[in-house]
Design a protein around this ligand. Sequence first.
Ligand SMILES: Nc1nc2c(ncn2[C@@H]2O[C@H](COP(=O)(O)OP(=O)(O)OP(=O)(O)O)[C@@H](O)[C@H]2O)c(=O)[nH]1
Ligand SMILES: [Mg+2]
Length: 314
Amino acid sequence: MTDKEQDTGAEHQGAGAKPTRSGFVALIGATNAGKSTLVNRLVGAKVTIVSHKVQTTRAIIRGIAIHDNTQIVFLDTPGIFKPRRRLDRAMVTSAWGGAKDADAIVLLIDSERGLKGDAEAILEGLKEVPQPKVLVLNKIDRVRPEELLKLAAAANEAIKFDRTFMVSALNGSGCNDLMDYLASTLPEGPWYYPEDQISDLPMRQLAAEITREKLFLRLHQELPYASHVETEKWEERKDGSVRIEQVIYVERESQKKIALGKGGEAVKAISTAARKEISEILEQPVHLFLFVKVRENWGDDPERFREMGLDFPR
Ligand SMILES: Nc1nc2c(ncn2[C@@H]2O[C@H](COP(=O)(O)OP(=O)(O)OP(=O)(O)O)[C@@H](O)[C@H]2O)c(=O)[nH]1
Ligand SMILES: [Mg+2]
């Protein structure tokens, strides 16, 4: 049974007599284009982490939205860029793999950056992809309309898109039109997931991702890329709270010092921010304990890749 055929018992009849529709829509694009921001916006809740740094998303995350009688499973993918490390290669392979499995592809372009750099190479790669394609110019809150029109024309010249949308994932403008369109084009069929499910990520993993997001936001230079977070313990307590233990893995002793900060202030700040957000999502009090450990060469350890939901490139 493939993922797409999984039996969730979600045989919905939809509103009224309208048949239900459902499908997978992959969002691909250069790193930092705003894919995760857009997925959260369209799902209406935080299911995937966001940062101003590149290469935030590491594996495919499913965010599930319902629009009228259509269930849309958005695949948030890692940004596509020129890979250097083994982890980079696995991330890029995973992104293209997501595109292969989808009913439709949304190419997201940061309008401010335009077609410079990775976006051009992605357009080239998309020529090989047979599914219907939609162009979405994001971050329109930062760009003048005439620039947007030029960019839309240039991208549509390179490749045939069924439609072009201009949105701001940040403030939501244009997002409803995009949803209307995607919902109407997906095929008739039963929903893949129960009506109230918005993500396929287990809470333990989402909690680890949230801590990683805080780490990306707080720490600088190479450290975010050299680190990895795992939830090791999850204990529901009688008083209704939950005790969570997580480990931030880094590659070297020197990085551990940075992650801890002077007198532990960095890890404390990360912990406070993560605890607050995890607690909001769970709607229960959270006691979060963060440990920083050195795991040399985790970036070359197949087990870590499996944990992240990535194939290990040999
Ligand atoms: N001004 C503006 N900023 C945006 C918009 N959408 C996203 N951003 C910002 O762009 C940055 C990157 O957003 P992400 O959603 O993490 O981008 P991504 O494409 O998922 O990046 P990777 O996971 O690294 O590939 C964040 O700082 C967002 O707040 C937008 O519409 N307008
Ligand atoms: Mg992302």
